[in-house]
Write a protein that binds this ligand. Structure first.
Ligand code: GLY
Length: 373
């Protein structure tokens, strides 16, 4: 095993560690055993794709420490974040006789982490859970910070609870089984951290992001660790998003409108939308005279250097016009008292939250971005 990194999420009696490194699934038992009482058994929620690739490694990794495992594999994909699959998961956990003191394991990407965490939050009024995120997006974002939930017909993530995990095992060996597109989608969230609060990290990504994408393990560990450190620090300041946690939504107001416009389909993955959204948020910031004119070009240059979607022209098929996109933005759940909240930037690494954004400026950015398609 190569180097291991641990990031502590300091949340008082809900504090936990995020362990980042290689081979963590193969050795999961040693890390999970201290959380268990006399009953050496865990229930694992996963998806069919992850189960086919990695479930036997997890089973062996738990067995090494004498931990037995039962698993339920749900269908892979965003459609699983629904009442029917949640109810199936909770009923299964009850059938498996999971008690208050037991530990549930969520083994998958963001969908399984969100649904599994929510199932753990509501089962017997809350049982502990361990996140073993299998995608880059889940390792750097959704597995950390305790947001759990499912989607509603009214919109994404509208039903849920804050429920912090007891441990997160981010095994970078799993990233090798991601398609380049899924890796790059997660990388959209990584770039976001540099852009929102750490210009040096963005410099590092410009110099090292391509090697990390090509498989350099030490670089992958570094980029996951730095992302998790930044998320942990923001979550510790504002666990339930009363203020600063909204910084993590850099690029997301544009992203959510684009995801809605593309029907939450494979036309645009979440992290791809975040990347394009970050570029648009910097464009808006530059037009408002908040950051240098060069900053949006630098953001776009890095995304295209990485072979990522950068502009609206990279999204295939029809998109609504600027007013249509503005309407979709207004439906974002981050709207407060009817005011759209934006995360803008005074420069790379200097994001802030504001409601003071003239609609005409946003419309102007969208009209120009659509015209370039
Ligand atoms: N993904 C944004 C947050 O956890 O707050």
């Amino acid at each position: 095993m190569t180097q291991l990194e641990t990031v502590h999420v300091p949340l008082g009696d809900r504090a936990y560690d995020v362990v980042i490194g290689e081979g963590l699934v193969a050795n999961a038992g040693a890390r999970i055993a201290p959380l268990l009482g006399k009953k050496k058994r865990v229930c694992v929620l996963t998806d069919e794709r992850v189960a086919a690739l990695h479930l036997e490694t997890l089973r062996a990794g738990l067995a090494q420490s004498g931990i037995e495992m039962a698993a339920l594999a749900l269908p892979a994909g965003e459609a699983t974040k629904c009442w029917a699959e949640l109810s199936r998961a909770v009923e299964w956990l009850l059938t498996e006789k999971v008690e208050r003191g037991d530990v549930v394991v969520a083994f998958g990407g963001g969908v399984i982490g969100d649904l599994g965490g929510f199932a753990a939050a509501i089962l017997r009024r809350g049982v502990r859970f361990v996140q073993i995120p299998t995608t880059l997006l889940a390792q750097v974002d959704s597995s950390v910070g305790g947001k759990t939930g499912i989607n509603a017909p009214h919109g994404k993530n509208l039903i849920g609870a804050f429920h912090q995990p007891s441990l997160v095992l981010a095994d970078v060996s799993l990233l090798g089984s991601l398609s380049p597109r899924d890796y790059h989608s997660g990388y959209g969230e990584v770039v976001k951290y540099g852009l929102l609060g750490d210009a040096e990290f963005f410099d590092w990504l410009e110099a090292n992001g391509a090697e990390a994408a090509a498989g350099d393990v030490a670089k992958r560990i570094h980029l996951v660790k730095r992302s998790v450190e930044m998320k942990a620090e923001i979550v510790a300041r504002d666990e339930t998003e009363q203020g600063d946690r909204a910084l993590l939504n850099l690029g997301h107001t544009f992203c959510h409108a684009l995801e809605a416009a593309t029907g939450y389909s494979a036309r645009l993955l979440h992290g791809e939308g975040v990347a394009i959204g970050c570029a648009l948020a910097f464009e808006l910031s530059a037009r408002m005279g908040l950051c240098a004119q060069e900053d949006p070009s630098r953001v776009r240059a890095h995304l295209s250097q990485m072979g990522m979607k950068t502009d609206l022209s990279d999204i295939e098929g029809e998109l609504p016009d600027a007013d249509g996109l503005l309407d979709l933005m207004a439906q974002d759940k981050k709207v407060k008292d009817g005011q759209l909240r934006f995360i803008l930037a005074r420069g790379i690494g200097e994001a802030f939250v504001t409601s003071e954004v003239p609609k005409e400026q946003v419309r102007g950015v969208l009209i120009d971005a659509l015209a370039a398609r």
